[in-house]
Design a protein around this ligand. Sequence first.
Ligand code: SAM
Length: 393
Amino acid sequence: MDAAGLAKILSPEGWALLSALPPYDEARTMALSDRLRREGIDPELVAAALTQSRLRAKAHAKFESFADGMLFTPAGLEQATRLTVAAHHARRYRAAGVTKVADLTCGVGADSMAFAGVGLAVLAADTDELTAALATVNLRHFPDAEVRHTDGLTLDLEAEGVDGVYADPARRASGKRLFDPAAYAPPLDSVLDLRERVPALGVKIGPGVPHAALPADAETQWVSADGDVVEAGLWFGPLAPDGPGRSALVLRGTSARVVSDETDGEAPPVGAVGTYLYEPDGAVIRAGLVAQLALEVQGRLIDRTIAYVTSDVLHPSDAATGYRVLDTLPFGLKRLRTYLRERDVGRVAIKKRGTAVVPEQLRKQLDLRGPAEATVVLTRVGGAQQVLVVEPL
Ligand SMILES: C[S@@+](CC[C@H](N)C(=O)[O-])C[C@H]1O[C@@H](n2cnc3c(N)ncnc32)[C@H](O)[C@@H]1O
């Protein structure tokens, strides 16, 4: 959508059309578009409204029914923080006693909506004119939220009465993901400099950031949402009340679990595969907290270099997926095929860690047919390639 499309959507006729459209159904879009045009509605408005309808339907995954009152661009939606995660960002500022947040790179405004939603005043900025306009629409219910079409780094934070700063720099250029924080827009270092002026600074960055590149004074928190690692956040000053370090926030359905390091730097034990296997959540792995998980489930690593934990007694964890171990065999195609065929397994879920095996290829090579199902884990145990046959708990 361009500025002209947005203007049409924002006209009384446009907003009414968008609100009156039936739930988005890809298969019916053509017919619907034809009908609306035949009824004499401006074809550009029809196209813009159908685009918004499609984006709103897609946005339900991040914003649930809030999406139905929002406007998006494809890139703005792609880059937007999902509302559950944004709510956790906002909570930090609230808990730190911040009253006014500058969201330097607001995009379509998802984080700003969460800030405003917990009662904070918001000054939001975006250098992209259309994006800033969409954020203005998306924040319309919040009288204490203002959006400016400007470079967020040029905001006069002191004069604006800002006591908390948030930035989610763009990490894509020409459709490609950027991994170098110096290439972010704006560059990470120029955002980090702001903590000299406003100590309550939070910055969203890519979850692949190497630990060596992390600022020593930040709490870095990796976040996963329903199994996907979605971001890392750098939190400074009062936004990190427990001080610098690494943590994981594991969001699954309505549950939220923070994992932080309580191991006192002790290496986890390594030992034989026990009755239970735990696959740590991706955020826990990225945060380097597998040892913490081992401590939590009173378990041990199956291999010093592999992020699987095992235990003899079950200690369910909301930061890991648990399995019961049914069998352990040395890895070999023939042996595994025989094992599975003897048990009439036709469908096999293959998990792997620390092995070059390609699950799809292996599945073909196994050539299984039968009514039973199985889950196998291909990994290294004490340095040797092994197959663990497991069942999800
Ligand atoms: C990752 S998106 C932000 C998404 C936002 N947090 C949300 O949840 O909707 C980054 C945004 O930063 C904007 N941007 C890049 N450089 C900027 C700058 N110097 N000042 C303000 N905005 C900037 C881009 O136009 C883009 O919309």
